[in-house]
Design a protein around this ligand. Sequence first.
Ligand SMILES: Cc1cc2nc3c(=O)[nH]c(=O)nc-3n(C[C@H](O)[C@H](O)[C@H](O)COP(=O)(O)OP(=O)(O)OC[C@H]3O[C@@H](n4cnc5c(N)ncnc54)[C@H](O)[C@@H]3O)c2cc1C
Length: 374
Amino acid sequence: MRVAVVGGGIAGLAHAYAAARRGFDVTLFERDERAQGASVRNFGLIWPIGQPAGQILQLALRSREIWLAMLDAAGLPYLATGSLHAAYRDDEEAVGREFAETGPGHGYDCRWLPAAEALIRSQALVADGLRGALWSATEITVDPRIVLARLPEFLAERYGVKLAYGHAVHVAAPPVVETARGKFEADRVIVCAGDDFETLFPQVFAAAGVVRSKLQMMRTPPQPNGWQLGPALAGGLTMRYYPSFELCSSLGALKRRVAEETPAFDQWGVHVMLSQTAAGEITIGDSHEYGRSVDVFDKPEIDELILGALRGFARLPLMQIARRWHGVYARHGSKLYLRERPAEGVDVVTVTRGVGMTLSFGLGEQTVAAWGGR
Ligand SMILES: Cc1cc2nc3c(=O)[nH]c(=O)nc-3n(C[C@H](O)[C@H](O)[C@H](O)COP(=O)(O)OP(=O)(O)OC[C@H]3O[C@@H](n4cnc5c(N)ncnc54)[C@H](O)[C@@H]3O)c2cc1C
């Protein structure tokens, strides 16, 4: 069977991987010469600890397994370092401890670390005022630029996936796929167009009521002398951002305190996470602005909020900022992803929160499995 995948972001690549492993004849269409979307602009974090308990957590854990097998097979670098959520306030400690108690019963591989143990795991954490940290073993960091550049080559070499970069698809109607550079044939099409809601099957996105989410990001230069971040780091603000923490009855107090004390964090959706690239740079973010159209200008005051919160819990040998950018992803009010079949032989799969790196490989496997036998 001939399968066309539209979109060379992580969702498209994960679907191409799943279809190719099932032995299908796969062509990957990407409108740009190289992917430029959310998938190269993110932290590169595979983040099960943030996913809601139940099916989504299971999907994230399955996705993580597929990631690891793929990364090893393709020889791509990654850091399976786990993560720490550092607590400096009473309410952050309360949520961290409560999650460490209840989380394992829901399938999270986590525990509470006293401050001294957290400091052993991370040389980046600020010791002064540290109450302890929520340790989770399951988080992985990949370098998004490397994955998005090299995974297509691996798919082509290992599985014979045909790469059609520089091909914007404007008709996806099996058995026909049309681009300005020619017509192609496909028995099935998977559309993973990220936040392009207008080109293919716009009715799906209009009906779902998706908007865009804009995130401001920063990156340091490579840290000196091979300095390692160790576990990916998050501060207490992050506990109010990921739905996993809704398990905690103590979360409400943390949210109320942040809203009263530092409303700008809520206004701009700021929380702070850190990951490390293969070159040793530290990626820092982020913020969230929602709307159908995205402000083209970045806001220096948002970067200052992020860096101020960062200084509260992390110290890096090199704190200066070498790169600033923003990324955009599709956002739905309640769903983490959309998977629709708007026409015979067409699946539209769009991750609609900031979890596409975490979920895409699991989603790809599910989408292809749902087709049944070959
Ligand atoms: C700043 C930032 C940080 C994030 N951090 C994380 C993180 O650490 N962990 C995590 O799990 N998630 C994270 N996310 C979310 C994650 O990056 C996204 O969910 C994910 O990248 C979405 O992947 P995608 O393939 O759907 O979209 P994209 O990466 O945007 O790719 C879509 C691709 O489709 C192509 N395309 C669209 N229409 C067509 C067409 N008609 N024809 C051909 N090509 C087309 C586009 O050119 C694009 O390359 C973050 C997002 C941002 C913005």
